[in-house]
Ligand binder design. Structure first.
Ligand code: SF4
Length: 703
């Protein structure tokens, strides 16, 4: 391989290390980095095909204002003036940023600092809201901080792995490869897959529990009661390090008086529920991995806490081979959380209490720091539609396809006074609504850091020249900030400058009070930043080697340092099925595509895996609705409609339909699944309910 550059895959939260080398003919060779602790050389189909997606044919190459190419100064002036005018005339809360887990931490930090630190509004939210904000909220309720306790190695040390709402084989393939390898090495390792669908992941399951959609909290409340009643509580841990067990147990017993009641409520066989509970009871080394199937529901936060409750009761947290484990969808969902990229976080894992606002005000030397949380994604776009947001900047994401009720999002964008989009792609469904387009550097062209699902910070490094006039996101935001009058605070010359400031803020007046602390990295020299090796935060001054596991000492980040049980009363979906819409639509991903196809759609190899949108339906429902395998069907909900190819399959649970989220107007007409999704959200986290929208499916009749 020709002089490889060490970098990180831009697709998912596994955060695999990649070696990239540009050959003499301009093609890029990609290999897994055998030294990266996330993947030890492995890659999945998407990561392995990265070299096929780096062409310039779809790139946004030059700035544009109102459809005309222009120079950077003209475009940046237009953005600064547009935002300044809206703030002057309507106040700081009349503007918003909608950002992305595709941004690097340094980009994210600068965008958050501009909005929350200098514009003085917290209206910056991220598409990570759509993938893991319920886990964030669940962590904060239980631990007092948004902390993932363990790491990937725990999967290899466990004797029981429970995969909940996670098609790991397709959505986090290298984690799946690690689990499969662990199973081959240790045939006694038990794997339980909890998912309404029979997926590729179920193939390695010793037990698959096809739960009724939405019944996960009941299943884990039943487990909590079972463990307690069997005497499996770790009383020392519970007494010394937790609080709130009794109300949580009371709530669990109230809804789950017996295993039979749980089985009935979850639509499962009682012997399967009993077997799962028994395995959980006898395997101390248990890791519970959860993902979008838990998070993307209107009670996702409660479900997360129902899972964590079982680990608190048994004291299975912070030690090798055990713990609750949220895996994130996006490459830098975790990095965005670190800088405060969610509208309800201020910065560096600090919330909006008066002490934090004052601390951040002093650190940033700004008198205009936001005092309260801003609008979360669904509410933010609702406010755009209501005319309350006058100027909106969308960075590196495609909300016209990916948000729920996406047709209303399009209407909102169409009537917004000033829309800016910075992206590396010229023609997304969202760029069509932009008044100003700013060409951003793509993967392979930019430098910075990302954090994966196990809190591991890794470098992304450039190995290609920027396409056209593309510039890094941090530079674009800093230039706009400078034009808005904040030159001194945004005088950055490199991502290393920003990383040092980010690390310093995390360690500022911290002294172990907050989980997120990179104090030991605040003085990295440029050369050290360049040679940065993957490391797991926190990295406080007295622990420069990082922290593989958290909470081993039983000390949490609540006020009294005790972890909190949360009493969970299971709730059904926000919108129930009815006679008009008798099935439940569940949306998700396929193995070889990423988000809205803007990158993976460029690879013929990846596109060849599944070539068109489809809808999976159980044979029993297909018969009832007159659907034949392989025919075109129309899916309709109260929010939108789409066409797809029917796949009649027994892997689908009766009463439900699965459709992938990826296709959009660039690739197929009337094929956007998220246009059908109800905009109901979890009341705690604001995460939308992508996993349950009442739907009707009928044979397609051409007009
Ligand atoms: Fe990239 Fe995720 Fe595949 Fe790893 S598992 S190569 S991070 S897409």
């Amino acid at each position: 391989m020709n002089r490889p550059i060490r970098t990180t895959c831009p697709y998912c939260g596994v955060g695999c290390g990649v070696l990239a080398a540009v050959a003499a003919d301009g093609t890029t060779e990609i290999r897994g980095d055998s030294e990266h602790p996330a993947n030890f050389g492995r890659l999945c189909s998407k990561g392995a095909a990265l070299g096929e997606t780096l062409g310039h044919s779809e790139r946004l190459l030059h700035p544009e204002v109102r459809g005309k190419a222009c120079d950077w100064n003209t475009a940046l002036d237009a953005v600064a003036n547009g935002f300044a005018r809206a703030i002057r005339e309507h106040g700081p809360d009349s503007v918003a940023f909608y950002v992305s887990g595709q941004l690097l931490t340094e980009d994210y930090y600068v965008a958050n600092k501009l909005m929350k630190g200098f514009i003085g509004s917290a209206n910056i939210d991220t598409n990570s809201r759509l993938c893991m904000s319920s886990s964030v909220a669940g962590h904060q309720r239980a631990f007092g901080s948004d902390t993932v306790p363990g790491n990937y190695q725990d999967l290899e040390l466990a004797t029981l792995i429970v995969l909940i709402g996670s098609n790991t084989a397709w959505c986090h393939p290298v984690i799946y490869q690690r689990i499969r390898a662990a199973k081959e090495k240790n045939p006694d390792l038990k794997i339980v897959v909890i998912d309404p669908r029979q997926t590729a992941t179920s193939e390695i399951a010793d037990l698959h529990l096809p739960v009724k959609p939405g019944s996960d909290a009941l299943l884990f409340n039943g487990l909590l009661a079972y463990l307690h009643d069997r005497g499996d509580s770790n009383t020392h841990f519970v007494d010394a390090f937790t609080e709130g067990m009794q109300p949580a147990l009371d709530a669990a017993h109230a809804c789950a008086p017996s295993t039979a009641a749980v089985a009935s409520g979850c639509g499962l066989r009682e012997q399967d529920v009993t077997r799962f509970y028994l395995w959980f009871s006898v395997n101390e080394k248990t890791v519970s991995v959860y993902s979008q199937g838990i998070n993307q529901t209107s009670s996702g936060t409660d479900k997360v806490n129902a899972i964590i409750n079982c680990h608190l009761l048994t004291g299975r947290i912070g030690r090798p081979g055990m713990g609750p484990f949220s895996v994130t969808g996006q490459p830098n969902a975790m990095g965005g959380r670190e800088v405060g990229g969610l509208a309800n976080q201020l910065a560096a894992h600090m919330n909006f209490d008066a002490g934090n606002v004052d601390r951040v005000r002093r650190f940033w030397n700004s008198s205009n720091v936001a005092q309260r949380p801003g609008l979360k994604a669904v509410d933010l776009f609702r406010a755009v539609g209501e005319g309350k947001i006058k100027a909106l900047w969308i960075m590196a994401t495609n909300p016209a396809v990916s948000l729920p009720d996406a047709d209303r999002v399009r209407e909102a964008l169409a009537q917004c006074e000033f829309v800016v989009v910075s992206d590396c792609v010229r023609a997304t469904d969202t760029t069509a609504y932009a008044h100003v387009l700013l060409p951003a550097s793509a993967w392979g062209e930019k430098n910075g850091t990302v954090t994966n699902s196990e809190r591991r910070i890794s470098r992304q490094r450039a190995f290609l020249e920027p396409a056209g006039e593309a510039r890094p996101d941090w530079w674009i935001v800093s230039e706009v900030a400078r034009r808005m009058g904040y030159a001194q605070a945004f005088d950055y010359h490199s991502p290393a400058d920003i990383f040092r400031e980010h690390a310093a803020l995390s360690g500022f007046e911290n002294d172990g009070k907050r989980d997120f602390d990179l104090g030991a990295l605040a003085t990295l020299a440029d050369a050290e930043y360049e040679g940065f090796s993957p490391i797991q935060w926190p990295v406080p001054r007295d622990r420069p080697q990082g922290t593989p596991r958290m909470f081993a000492d039983g000390r949490f980040y609540t006020e009294n340092h005790k972890a909190r049980f949360v009493a969970v009363t299971p709730r059904g979906p926000f919108n129930e099925k009815d006679d008009e819409y008798p099935l439940a639509l569940n949306t998700g991903r396929v193995r070889d595509h990423w988000h809205t196809l803007t990158r993976t759609g460029l690879s013929p190899r990846l596109s060849g895996h599944i070539v068109e949108p489809f809808a999976e339906i159980h044979p029993q429902d297909a018969r009832q609705h007159g659907i034949k395998d392989g025919t075109l069907v129309s899916l309709a909900t109260r929010w939108g409609e789409m066409l797809a190819r029917a796949r009649v399959t027994e892997t689908q649970r009766p009463g439900s339909v699965f459709a992938p989220i990826h296709w959009n107007d660039q690739y197929a007409r009337r094929a956007r699944a998220d246009a059908l999704v109800n905009p109901a959200t979890d009341p705690v986290s604001g995460q939308p309910e992508f996993k349950h929208t009442p739907v009707n499916v009928t044979p397609y009749q051409a007009a």
